[in-house]
Write a new protein. Structure first.
Ligand code: PMP
Length: 414
């Protein structure tokens, strides 16, 4: 009988992890992981999460009934304040529709379905159902938008020559897109490049969004994780929302900043111009959510909600987030220092230095190496990274950073 489905193409990142696991070399290093690891290379349960979890389990009044369709209201309202700010005028004016989602992926998906059903693409010159995404971006963005019939179109973002932002390419793309286009932006800690616009550049980008009537679809998977400062990492989103004239959609994930990868805690926030429009948006999001998942999962949302609403857990969480971001930043400094000062390793391409390692933000870094150099590091050095030389800084520790720097040095001299 014919197969029900053809075999899909294998994903390289999963193949990489499988190779790492099968490798018996004692100095092997996995720089492909998309999750935080402590300095011993182990997953880390945040102390704030441990405390909240214990309190929840001990609480006899917590039951296992369904949450409402839009999720735990204490969670959605406090997560909106986390991203938009406690004193956000948009929240006070009841212009933010917040729905609990299956982590950041679910938020992207719900947002994509919402746009596919309701965004008025007919007002765009050409009327194409498109979303502009950065080149490169998190691989799932393409799949998520394709699956709802919205075509992802690349906009220039990363400049391989400078190992930095292609700011003029980005602004030209914004200017030349039809008025009213939808652009996906990474709120902070761009995945996979670690390259973010500066605050000044965000202001200028917001000017273009305003004049072109574009919609900003923010994906925010790393708030607090990028710099250790939860407010600072929300700067881009808050700035766009403060303009009032830019339609803004925000996908929020607590996978990274609360280390709740497997609990699937996230939210979608849609900011409207008026309360009336907001009420319609929230009702439509509920209708979509009903047929997608009916009710979001409770446990992780309760954990996050407790952390956001209890003064002592909140301050513990802030220090947990600082600890993760701090360790990552210290690994950037260590790697940069080894390459620049100790080994005097020739920098990649025309970048002129290894400074991009310390300038890049968040969990990931693009080293700027060529695919054949990466291949040697993987095959001979047993250091696993994707072919584009993206490394997860969380995979570096004080115990392996010299070994990794040594291999980067070796392949950079040939
Ligand atoms: N967006 C970006 C840019 C990401 O890097 C990730 C995590 N890799 C996500 C969304 C979604 O992650 P999750 O569904 O685990 O929250």
């Amino acid at each position: 009988s014919p197969p029900l489905a053809p075999t899909p193409r294998p994903r390289s990142i999963f193949a990489l992890t499988a190779r790492f696991k099968a490798d018996s070399y004692d100095k092997k290093v996995n720089l492909g992981v998309g999750a935080y690891r402590d300095n011993a290379g182990k997953p880390w349960v945040l102390p704030s999460v441990k405390k909240a979890q214990a309190a929840l389990i001990a609480d006899e009044s917590v039951d296992h009934e369904y949450l409402s369709i839009t999720g735990l209201s204490e969670f959605t309202s406090s997560s909106a304040k986390l991203i938009l700010g406690r004193d956000s005028p948009a929240i006070a004016e009841k212009r933010v529709a917040s729905v609990q989602t299956i982590s950041g992926t679910g938020a992207n998906h719900l947002g994509a379905v919402f746009l596919s059903k309701f965004y008025d693409y007919s007002k765009l010159a050409g009327g194409k159902r498109q979303i502009y995404i950065s080149n490169p971006t998190w691989a799932n963005h393409k799949a998520i938008f394709n699956s709802v019939g919205i075509t992802p179109v690349d906009y220039p973002y990363y400049d391989a020559k400078t190992v930095g932002l292609d700011y003029s390419g980005l602004t030209q793309a914004l200017q030349s897109a039809p008025n009213g286009s939808v652009f996906l932006l990474h709120a902070c800690a761009h995945n996979p490049t670690g390259v973010d616009p500066t605050r000044e550049q965000w202001h200028q980008l917001a000017d273009i969004f305003e004049s072109k009537g574009h919609l900003a679809f923010f994906d925010c998977a790393y708030q607090g994780f990028a710099s250790g400062d939860l407010d600072g990492d929300a700067y881009s989103v808050r700035h766009f929302v403060s303009r009032k004239t830019i339609p803004v959609v925000i996908c929020q994930s607590f996978a990274k900043n609360a280390g709740l990868y497997g609990e699937r805690v996230g939210a979608l926030h849609v900011v409207s111009a008026t309360q009336e429009q907001n009420d319609a948006v929230l009702s439509q999001l509920s209708v979509i959510q009903r047929s997608e998942i009916s009710n979001p999962p409770a446990f992780g949302a309760r954990v996050v909600s407790m952390i956001l609403n209890d003064a002592s857990l909140w301050s513990q969480w802030q220090s947990d987030v600082k600890e993760m971001a701090g360790r990552i930043i210290s690994m950037r400094t260590a790697l940069h220092d080894l390459l620049t000062n100790r080994l005097k390793t020739p920098p990649p391409g025309q970048s002129g230095s290894w400074d991009h390692i310390v300038k890049q933000i968040g969990m990931f870094s693009y080293l700027g190496l060529k695919p054949e150099q990466v291949k040697r590091i993987v095959d001979e050095g047993h250091i696993y990274m994707t072919g584009n030389s993206r490394i997860s800084m969380a995979g570096l520790t004080t115990g392996n950073v010299e070994y990794v720097a040594g291999w980067i040095d070796r392949v950079s001299r040939e």
